[in-house]
Design a protein around this ligand. Structure first.
Ligand code: HSE
Length: 296
């Protein structure tokens, strides 16, 4: 095989209290095509700033070949990204997953998905976006002895996700730099308890329980100051009964509800309470993880 296209879903990490642990795959995708050539690297379909050898799809591609002790030959990479960059919807994880899968498929599928997850987790530093990008659905992950252990959790199929995506980016490294290194024990207990109940509420389709459980003391209180009009938007969403959290490191804000009319309810009021432009993007759960959509 010479050419392969991998489709990877967007992911929302943390889901409130599950910092660096919980994640869910969503119905928005990045497709990446890899074609082996005789020499050189060519990357198309993205901003020129991302066409060098530090492109995440390429670095993951090379890392997989290295772990197989195989030579990196020339490769053409074409990126068709629908996951917005720097918005907390797993665009970086999607590129890492695509690169790892692309290399593995082109060289005969020698590594398992867990093997690809181990390699990409060492690059990303936390598995909460990678796990749902590989496996689909809702995942919780831990890192044990340096290796990610990820499990899927049951998820009620009727949830609607409404992503509020602003017109500004927030870098994950900056959003992590504002977090305290240590927390009071009461806050740790708060997050453990709320995290467990978030998983149960998502399984049951219990919106009231989710709304109450999806609260956090580990990262959101420190990050909300980086997100324009966070408090006003949270207050507005809470009047609708939907659950609310920061998607990943932000700045996208995520509403989770059973109400199919949530977007309609927010459409008029949201622009009135904020200075930024927020795109409202309705999304569904993606139960399938990354997959090959074309191979030649
Ligand atoms: N768990 C990560 C964070 C997700 O919140 O920083 C973003 O990569």
């Amino acid at each position: 095989m010479k050419k392969v296209t991998v489709r990877v879903p967007a992911t929302t990490a943390n889901l409130g209290p599950g910092f660096d642990a919980f994640g869910c795959a969503l119905s928005l995708y990045t497709d990446v095509t890899f074609e082996e050539t005789d020499s050189g690297l060519e990357i198309t379909g993205c901003d020129e700033a991302y066409t060098g050898p530090d492109n995440l799809a390429y670095t993951a591609y090379c890392a997989v070949l290295e772990s197989l002790s195989e030579q990196v030959r020339g490769v053409k990479i074409h990126i068709d990204a629908h996951i917005p960059i720097g918005r907390g919807l797993g665009s970086s994880a999607a590129l890492l997953v695509a690169g790892a899968m692309g290399a593995n498929v082109l060289r005969g599928n020698k590594l398992s998905t867990q093997g690809l997850l181990n390699i990409t987790n060492a690059m990303e530093g936390h598995p909460d976006n990678l796990a749902p990008a590989f496996f689909g659905g809702l995942t919780a992950s831990m890192v044990d002895n340096g290796l990610p252990v990820c499990v899927n959790f049951p998820l009620h199929p009727d949830w609607e996700f409404l992503a509020l995506i602003p017109d500004f980016e927030l870098s994950t490294s900056f959003a992590r730099s504002v977090l305290p290194a240590q927390l009071p024990r009461a806050d740790a207990v708060y997050n453990i308890a709320h995290g467990a109940l978030v998983l149960k509420a998502l399984e049951l389709g219990d919106e009231k329980l989710l709304r109450n459980a999806m609260q956090d003391r580990l990262h959101q209180p420190y990050r909300k100051n980086l997100i324009t009009d966070y408090d006003a938007i949270e207050a507005l969403v809470r009047t609708t009964g939907a659950a609310f959290c920061v998607s990943g490191a932000g700045p996208t804000l995520l509403c989770i509800t059973l109400d199919e009319r949530l977007e309609e309810k927010l459409a008029k009021k949201l622009p009135q309470i904020t200075k930024a432009n927020w795109q409202m993007l309705p999304l569904h759960i993606e139960f399938e993880g990354a997959k090959v959509i074309c191979a030649e």
